[in-house]
Design a protein around this ligand. Structure first.
Ligand SMILES: CC(=O)/C=C/C=C(C)/C=C/C1=C(C)CCCC1(C)C
Ligand SMILES: CC(/C=C/C=O)=C\C=C\C=O
Ligand SMILES: [Fe+2]
Length: 558
């Protein structure tokens, strides 16, 4: 990929600041030009930044536009990031609560082309990290590309070098094809493009993650610099894991799917170590391979292991061309199951058949007790796509870029699993509230982290105001009242709302909700909503619209 580094006097006439940096060479239809963007290289304590950096955002370059039947869509959510990095203070409209001190980090696939070659799927893009640093009511934004091996090799060779979610490198000749097959079996050709999420471990290390184990990469939350590979110091081997481990100050719990003897190993890692330890193992009950396990929930005592009928598929893993379900296959006959593993003993305490389901994201889970305090059931909530796998296909970039006013987003709901612990063979799956409350769109969820594994009332997520082709609202779900409050900015795409509790809060929804919005004019802004009223309390415009991001975390001020 051609890249260009330059420095010049900034638009604001402050020669002490580096003007950016690197601009990507876009595909032919990308008319973007260099944005003149001020960026001080280091030493970004708020005092320094605030006193020296201009508050005004730089002029945005003309955005890439996508012609659709009825309108011209300027949305930046589905177009590649324009620059390698940027950092600066944003002008805040409204008031950021003074207690909101810390850094929101968000990861996601933000670069979807190499030269003229455009990637196929949302999940293929090279990881773009964004940080929103809140301090005393002020806000510094920064973004930077993650320097994974896959990204570095792509830049160096101007071509795809590792297997991404749907993209596979093209072999140069037959001999290299044979070599590629060997690399596939050893895992050497799998991507380490950690573009799914970012977590803060109990020891303070910040790690970007994806579904491949080698795609665990440590970054510096202050500079977004790539520090290096997170090496697991144990013998579990394997190539893939859940993209969403459960991470608290005390532990890191993950699931390792076993594609050879279908099942899952449940592991736990303590802060300050790189060694995962064995908790237990679940054998799959159906199908030729384990179900895709993008995420899973825990309760206070249990790890909940979902066995989704959308299963990994060895053949599809080997294929050069993607199938409609990519590396997966839908096996309705093999059924769906939920397994419950005791965290302390590793024993399987329940394994029930449940109705067919499709989910990327579990929201939370908790134990339900009887009058004597005995645990009688586990409740596990997820963003459930009505057992319809077409959502995966709907996340193709071509589809996302071509909204023409038709309502094409498949329906989704808060799917609530009820898993009895009395030895019953079946569990239930029902909608936790009427999906019309959130426009039958439901994904990208968060909760108050203090309620992880406990009975909880509120979930924050992206919902839908129809017609749409992607979730386009922020929604606060009240699971007790079975109601939702919705926030919407016509034509925009908000990213996952992250709830941050107010220090000292006693109410579950006492806090703020942070999201980043890609708006219909091609711009973008950080948004802060009040956790209780779900009303806007502040926003801050970005220098230019950013690509969609997936998951984030909160790093509180030390
Ligand atoms: C961004 C996101 O949510 C999911 C990303 C998933 C990825 C990168 C999956 C990659 C995989 C391969 C490259 C081959 C092995 C299977 C699988 C884990 C799906
Ligand atoms: C964007 C997404 C899944 C992301 C995985 O990490 C799902 C969107 C679903 C739409 O309803
Ligand atoms: Fe995810």
């Amino acid at each position: 990929m051609a890249s260009l580094a330059f420095s010049a006097t900034s638009t604001w006439g402050s020669p002490t600041y580096m003007t950016l940096l690197e601009k990507f060479d876009g595909p032919k239809n990308d008319r973007s030009v260099f944005g003149k963007v001020n960026c001080k290289k280091r030493d970004l304590t708020i005092a320094n930044v605030a006193s020296k950096l201009p508050v005004v955002a730089p002029p945005a370059p003309p955005p890439t536009t996508t012609k659709t039947v009825e309108n011209e869509c300027k949305l930046r959510a589905w177009t590649s990031i324009q620059q390698e990095r940027w950092e600066g203070e944003l002008e805040v409209e409204g008031e950021i609560p003074l207690w909101l001190n810390g850094t929101y980090l968000r990861n996601g696939p933000g670069l979807w082309h190499l030269g003229e070659y455009n990637f196929r799927h949302l999940f293929d893009g090279y990881a773009t990290l964004v940080r929103l640093h809140f301090e005393n009511g002020r806000l510094i934004m920064g973004h930077r590309q993650l320097e994974s091996e896959a990204y570095k090799a792509a830049k160096k060779n101007n071509k795809l070098c590792y297997r991404e979610f749907s993209e596979v490198p093209k072999p140069d000749n037959f001999l290299s094809y044979i070599g590629d097959m060997a690399k596939l079996f050893s895992g050497a050709s799998l991507t380490d493009n950690a573009n799914t999420g970012v977590v803060k471990l109990g020891d303070g290390r910040v790690v970007c993650l994806t579904e491949t184990i080698k795609g665990s990469i440590v970054v510096d939350p202050a500079t977004l610099e790539t520090i290096g590979k997170f090496e697991y110091d144990d013998n579990f081997g394997g190539l893939i894991h859940s993209a969403h481990p459960i991470v608290t100050d005390e532990e890191f719990i993950s699931l390792l799917p076993d594609l050879i003897n279908p099942g899952y190993t449940v592991v736990r890692m303590e802060p300050g170590t790189n060694e995962r330890k064995y908790i237990g193992r679940v054998d799959c009950r159906g199908g030729p391979a384990p179900g895709w396990v993008h995420s899973f929930p825990v309760t206070e005592h249990y790890v909940i292991v979902p066995e989704m009928p959308l299963r990994y598929c060895a053949q599809n893993l080997l294929r050069a061309e993607p199938t409609p379900l990519y590396k997966f296959e839908w096996h309705p006959k093999s059924k769906g199951f939920i397994h419950v593993v005791c965290k302390a003993s590793g024993k399987l305490v329940a394994s029930v058949e449940v109705p067919l389901f499709v989910t990327f994201h579990f929201i939370n889970a908790y134990e339900e007790t009887d009058e004597d305090g005995r645990i009688k059931a586990v409740i596990a909530d997820c963003c459930e796509h009505n057992a319809d796998t077409t959502i995966l296909e709907k996340l193709r970039l071509q589809h996302l870029r071509s909204f023409n006013g038709e309502d094409v987003l498949p329906d989704a709901r808060v799917g609530r699993f009820i898993i009895p612990l009395d030895g019953s063979r079946y569990g239930k799956l029902e909608a936790a509230l009427n999906p019309d409350e959130h426009g039958k769109g439901m994904d990208m969820c968060s909760i108050n982290p203090a309620y992880l594994g406990k009975k909880y009332r509120y979930a924050y997520a992206c919902g839908a105001q129809r017609p749409c082709n992607f979730p386009n609202t922020l929604t606060k779900i009240d699971l007790f009242e079975k109601k939702a409050k919705n926030w919407h900015d016509e034509g925009s795409v908000p990213s996952e709302p992250l709830f941050v509790a107010r220090p000292g809060a006693t109410r579950e929804d006492d806090g703020a909700v942070i999201s980043m919005i890609s708006d219909k004019n091609g711009d973008g802004y950080a948004l802060v909503l009040d956790g209780t009223t779900f009303e806007e309390i502040a926003r801050a415009k970005f220098p230019y619209g950013l690509p969609y991001g997936l998951h984030g975390c909160w790093v509180p001020k030390k």
